[in-house]
Design a protein around this ligand. Structure first.
Ligand code: F6P
Length: 359
């Protein structure tokens, strides 16, 4: 029987997941002649009755589309901790042994998981208990996984930059302050990168709690030069000095960052005599076509992940660092959270450009 490996796309989606699936299938089939099973719904396809698809190189005629398609053909979820899974009747069940049983029943000799630190933490434990071999591929638009660049981030930055490019002419035409709220969870990478690329005047990130006065002073100083508009990028988890980040609560009890853009817009409308409008970019940062750099990461990560399994490795995460594809232990990657370095090159660049960071 041919060797078989599985793929799980886990956690929030991002651009480049389908390109990664494609790379894994190409490498596994063409270099090693292995079969590849795509496990459905972020790994839940290993719970209960197995749910997977046998992936072929031509992907039913959509091989090239796989490079361009947002989302994941395998489906994913941010819900359902396998170690404490909430069943429809409300009971909380450990489903890790079910997943391991199905992994072995499918005769898998390895499982490649695209995920962030949350997915890696859970799946490492499931794998440890169930004697499963896993290899991680880092993906998150937040780019907050340590020791690597993550898949999806470049596309998110590109979408946010394009939003600024589109907001600038309308801001200039109407003499307005435009506030753009972007995602990023606890890291300000999307805001800082897009703010620099898109010519923002003010960039507010969670790593630097902001003072309203600093924001208004910057707008006033712009107006003094004769310019009648300003662009602000704010991270979803940015917070005023001494305050907390704003959250949105959901019916299922979960919460997400959100609301700071509108809060800021309302404050500016109160304090300043200039019209302000707010755009909350949201999930458009995650969907759509991956930019070329994310496709390159997808290819490099996918191929190296398969090679690692061929080398008999496990519990490793592929990583892109210093123009090289390397692998690190999943435990080390989880332990190394990467938010914006306040002494790093981009904060220095922003300050050098005169961008106000709210402090
Ligand atoms: O981690 C990716 C991310 O898009 C964050 O930037 C954002 O805070 C969160 O996920 C949104 O989660 P959901 O898709 O569950 O609304």
């Amino acid at each position: 029987m041919k060797k078989r490996i599985g793929i799980i796309t886990s956690g929030g989606d991002c651009a480049g997941l389908n390109a990664t699936i494609r790379a894994i299938v190409h490498c596994a089939k063409l270099k090693y002649d292995w079969d590849v099973l795509g496990i459905a719904r972020g790994g839940q396809g290993l719970m209960g009755e197995v749910d997977y698809r046998d992936l072929q190189v031509d992907f039913d005629g959509i091989d090239h589309m796989m490079l361009q398609m947002g989302g994941t053909i395998l489906g994913t979820t941010t819900k359902g901790d396998p170690l404490a899974f909430k069943m429809p009747n409300g009971e909380v069940v450990d489903r890790s042994s079910e997943m391991a049983r199905n992994y072995h029943a499918l005769n898998l000799s390895g499982l490649i998981i695209t995920g962030g630190d949350g997915s890696f933490k859970l799946m490492s434990e499931v794998a440890r208990r169930g004697d499963m071999k896993i290899i991680g591929i880092p993906k998150t638009i937040d780019n907050d996984i340590g020791l690597t660049e993550a898949l999806g981030f470049q596309t998110a930055v590109s979408v946010a930059t394009e939003a600024l490019d589109r907001l600038q002419p309308t801001a200039a035409s109407h003499n307005r302050v435009m506030v753009l709220e972007v995602m990023g969870r606890d890291a300000g990478h999307i805001a800082l990168n897009s703010g620099i690329a898109g010519g923002a005047d003010i960039v507010l990130i969670p790593e630097i709690p902001f003072e309203m006065e600093s924001v208004t002073n910057k707008i006033k100083s712009i107006m003094k030069t004769g310019r009648t508009f300003a662009l602000i990028v704010v991270s979803e988890s940015a917070k005023p000095k001494g305050g907390d980040a704003l959250m949105v609560q959901y019916r299922d009890g979960s919460s997400r960052y959100g609301g700071i853009g509108n809060f800021l817009g309302a404050e500016l409308n109160k304090i300043m005599d200039i019209e302000t409008r707010v755009t909350v970019l949201g999930h458009v940062q995650r969907g759509g076509q991956p930019v070329a750099q994310d496709r390159v990461y997808a290819a490099a990560f996918g191929v190296r992940a398969v090679e690692l399994l061929a080398e008999g490795k496990q519990n490793r995460m592929v990583a892109w660092r210093d123009r090289e594809i390397i692998d690190v232990s999943i435990a080390d990657a989880i332990a190394t959270y990467q938010n914006v370095d306040l002494n790093g090159p981009l904060v220095r660049t922003a300050r050098g450009l005169g961008i106000c960071l709210g402090d």
